[in-house]
Design a protein. Structure first.
Length: 393
């Protein structure tokens, strides 16, 4: 048994933990480049609170707003402006887009060049030679787990593809995970980010790269997310549900970073690069069909018994009644995920303009992703096309 485990070296979790931001920032730098979303944190006064905390510790702050999904141009523009401003610390505060932008900016502040130089698959894949400038990651959505991962997922509009800058240098120095920051999320964002977290726990648990250090976190994260997500969706002020979702999302980041993902995320990458669909919804639209396809292939393969057993474990963690066999239980898990997606109003892909004539291109791009390589079984082009046809509706 061989595996590695590396994550953000300092994690501060709990309601009210945002109040510690100033102390950590003062320890790490003198001037902060603050990367946030486009406006939600401003409206609820969090940005003003943070800048006041920083000022109270003698730190200036310059701000970069990220509207929508992060992209290579935002990284290139941001790091040059951060250097010109004299900043030596990056604080990412928001959803995965803000955090991934912050990590990308910090990497280029130390290493120079352009984002495409370091991007996998569609870029040059250069390894960052120098550690990033310090990053403090403050998630406000229970979704990507970017606060504990060593990659930044970026879109490249020319190719319509999302890919990662991936290296241990991209791990944040500190993650401050305050569930109170997620209470104001609207239901649709709660659903999209929460489904992303749940899928980021399921896919690594069954992944061909799975290992014991992550299995424990993943299965407990699935248990918490499956129970808490519908409650957080129905009542944003449910403090226990919000805390469970923030914890599950953080664990999901650790899970995907170490064990990879699978077919749902493989397809979601090209979808997110070409269509206006939130990442979590892109994953959720295909997840039940990807699970069913994996089970179908595993059932027909003599070596697929372990995959079936693991999907049965997932089902049990989601409170699915025990079936006569592991396969029956696992199928119940597929139905549970399908019901959850329906309850959280996951749209058919046709609603965002995906047409069936786009399937061959989406399949070809999905098969080149790192997520596809971690899928527990070998799916064919026809299998992926079938998943997309069902998801398009």
């Amino acid at each position: 048994m061989n595996f590695e485990f590396a994550t953000t070296p300092r994690i501060v979790f709990g309601p009210g933990s945002l109040e510690q931001l100033g102390d950590h920032a003062a320890r790490l730098g003198r001037g902060a480049w603050l990367v946030t979303g486009a406006g939600a944190l401003e409206r609820i006064g969090v940005v003003d609170r943070v800048t006041a905390m920083l000022a109270g510790k003698g730190l200036g702050a310059e701000r970069q707003r990220v509207a929508g999904e992060p992209d290579t141009t935002a990284i290139d523009r941001g790091y040059r402006a951060a250097l010109e401003s004299g900043c030596d610390l990056v604080i990412g505060m928001g959803g995965g887009s803000a955090l991934d932008t912050a990590k990308g900016v910090a990497c280029l502040m130390a290493n120079g060049g352009e984002a495409l130089d370091y991007l996998e698959v569609i870029g040059h894949g250069r390894i960052p030679a120098k550690p990033s400038v310090p990053v403090i990651a403050v998630p406000t959505t229970a979704g990507t787990g970017s606060e504990v991962t060593r990659n930044a997922v970026l879109g490249h509009f020319v190719t319509g593809t999302k890919a990662s800058i991936r290296h241990e240098h991209l791990l944040p120095s500190v993650a401050i995970v305050d569930p109170l920051l997620s209470h104001s999320l609207p239901p649709e964002v709660t659903a999209s980010t929460g489904l992303d977290a749940l899928i980021q726990l399921i896919e690594p648990y069954v992944s061909r790269r799975r290992h014991p250090m992550i299995e424990v976190l993943a299965i407990e994260g699935i248990r918490r997310a499956a129970r808490a997500l519908p409650r957080a969706y129905a009542d944003g002020g449910d403090a226990a549900a919000r805390a469970d979702m923030m914890l599950a999302a953080m664990w999901s980041g650790m899970a995907l970073a170490h064990c990879g993902l699978g077919a749902a995320h493989a397809i979601a990458g090209p979808l997110g690069g070409s269509y206006a669909i939130p990442h979590g919804m892109a994953c959720a639209a295909t997840m039940p069909y990807a699970m069913a396809a994996n089970l179908r292939v595993a059932e027909q393969d003599a070596g697929g018994r372990e995959t079936v057993r693991r999907y049965a474990d997932v089902a049990r963690a989601m409170d699915v009644p025990e079936g006569r066999t592991d396969l029956d239980t696992a199928r119940g898990g597929v139905a549970k995920v399908c019901d959850l997606c329906a309850a959280l109003r996951v749209p058919a892909l046709s609603s965002v303009g995906v047409r069936k004539d786009a399937i061959p291109d989406l399949v070809a791009r999905a098969m080149r992703t790192s997520s596809f390589k971690a899928n527990p079984v070998d799916l064919s082009e026809q299998d992926l096309a079938g998943i997309l046809e069902l998801a398009i509706g």
